[in-house]
Design a protein around this ligand. Structure first.
Ligand SMILES: *Cc1c(COP(=O)(O)O)cnc(C)c1O
Length: 409
């Protein structure tokens, strides 16, 4: 058996296998593709960590996304030279600013670090004494207002600055909560549908009281237009993960927004040692990698992506189609979900003697390791992080597990 040197070769081969094969030649028990997939990620395997096929989505705990070759090359090229870091931060910020047609942009260590920098910008307003003193916010504006339904683990990144989060549930409560201590209004894009406060209430309140309004849109790509549209709507700052939809380095992110605010974020940022952002250092490799990722993402054929992703999900559905009691549905999640094709797979758990959780675990434990989402209404597969060919492996492996259960039942 020929060994596949690079994952790219492996993927080309899988694609060829996939195109040339019919269901017949990729029978369960003859998982040729699965065997090949088992050979990749040797450096991880040497540590006893098995890499995985990601049909779950852009989860930070699964390392977000895989950078495209152009980004990999940009990072390798960047790694060869010394460069003044502050000059690089500024130049890349400007380049991204121009590309997106926004006021200002900064490359951070991730969306969570963008949240900290944005909050620090609003609390300190760039005052050097305040920059040095936080998270001791004595004598500073140190309240951040959030819709109660937007509270989440990531608001810890704002609390790290020393602020208190004030929760509100209605536009009236929002208006009443604003006072001379309010530093920032904090909105979480994906939770907009959850509460009574929408983006217009939030933006308008910020404008009325001259308080910066921040939007955490970490995972809101696609659509690509969000990169500039969210600040275009009136938010003063917005953040994105570099390592989710953008397919940049996982340890990178963007903070986009008003020039004065981004300037104050810089004041709180590394490489300056006496700042809250010092521990959120972004290396030249990540900075150049993210720049390339934004460039590619901006030019990408997003319609083609959607077609390809839908094709992946349809193919999995087709492969598992002959399993007794199976039901499949290709769908795009509504509000609060990502606008990409997913596949829901359900079956009669009693009839097959196999629960969704057991199947989920079998997918994880098998070779190749496969990650999906385990929910009460079935297994949910995301198309976004699949490479061409992998959808066949996912389909065949799922079919194998289900048919095995059906035979024993
Ligand atoms: C992923 C995520 C973050 C954190 O993003 P990182 O780039 O990993 O720091 C913050 N907020 C939301 C809503 C997210 O989905």
């Amino acid at each position: 058996m020929k060994r596949f040197g690079s994952s790219w070769e492996r993927r080309k081969f899988l694609l060829a296998v996939g195109l040339a094969s019919t269901l017949g030649s990729l029978r369960p028990g003859n998982l040729y593709g699965a065997y090949l997939a088992g050979r990749h990620g040797e450096s991880y395997r040497a540590l006893g960590v098995r890499p995985l096929i990601n049909a779950a989505g852009t989860y930070t705990t699964l390392t977000g996304s895989v950078i495209p070759p152009e980004v990999r090359e940009a990072m390798a090229e960047a790694s060869r030279y010394f460069v003044p870091l502050i000059e690089l931060q500024r130049a890349v910020g400007e380049q991204i600013t121009k590309m997106l047609g926004v006021e200002a942009a900064l490359v951070s260590a991730g969306a969570a670090s963008s949240i900290t920098l944005a909050t620090a910008a609003c609390v300190t307003r760039g005052d050097p004494g305040k920059v040095r003193r936080i998270p001791d916010t004595t004598g500073m504006k140190d309240e951040v207002i959030m819709p109660k339904s937007h509270r989440m683990g990531f608001d810890h990144a704002a609390r790290a600055v020393g602020v208190k989060i004030v929760e509100v549930e209605t536009p009236e409560e929002l208006e009443k909560a604003i006072n001379e201590k309010t530093a920032m209004l904090f909105f979480v894009h994906i939770f907009e549908h959850r509460g009574k406060i929408n983006r217009n209430h939030f933006i308008a309140a910020g404008k009325r009281h001259n308080i910066p309004v921040f939007n955490d849109a970490a995972a809101e790509l696609p659509p690509m237009t969000n990169l500039s549209a969210i600040v275009g709507e009136g938010f003063d700052m917005v953040c994105f993960s570099g390592g989710k939809g953008l397919r940049g380095p996982q340890a990178s992110g963007l903070l986009i927004g008003r020039k004065d605010l981004i300037e104050w974020a810089h004041a709180n940022n590394n490489p300056h040692s006496d700042t809250i952002g010092r521990g959120m250092k972004v290396g030249k490799e990540e900075i150049m990698g993210l720049l390339k990722a934004v460039e590619i993402y901006h030019k990408r054929d997003h319609e083609y992506d959607q077609k390809q992703w839908r094709g992946f999900m349809k193919r999995v559905a087709k492969i598992v189609g002959d399993v007794p009691s199976i039901g499949t549905e290709v769908y795009v999640p509504g509000p609060g979900g990502h606008p990409i094709p997913y596949l829901r797979v359900k079956w009669d758990q009693r009839k097959l003697g196999l629960s969704y959780s057991e199947c989920y675990k079998a997918l994880q434990d098998g070779e190749p390791r496969i990650e999906v989402n385990n929910t009460e209404s079935g297994l949910e597969l995301a198309s976004y992080n699949l490479f061409p060919g992998e959808e066949r492996i996912v389909g065949m492996r799922l079919r194998e597990i289900l048919l095995d259960a059906a035979r024993k039942a």
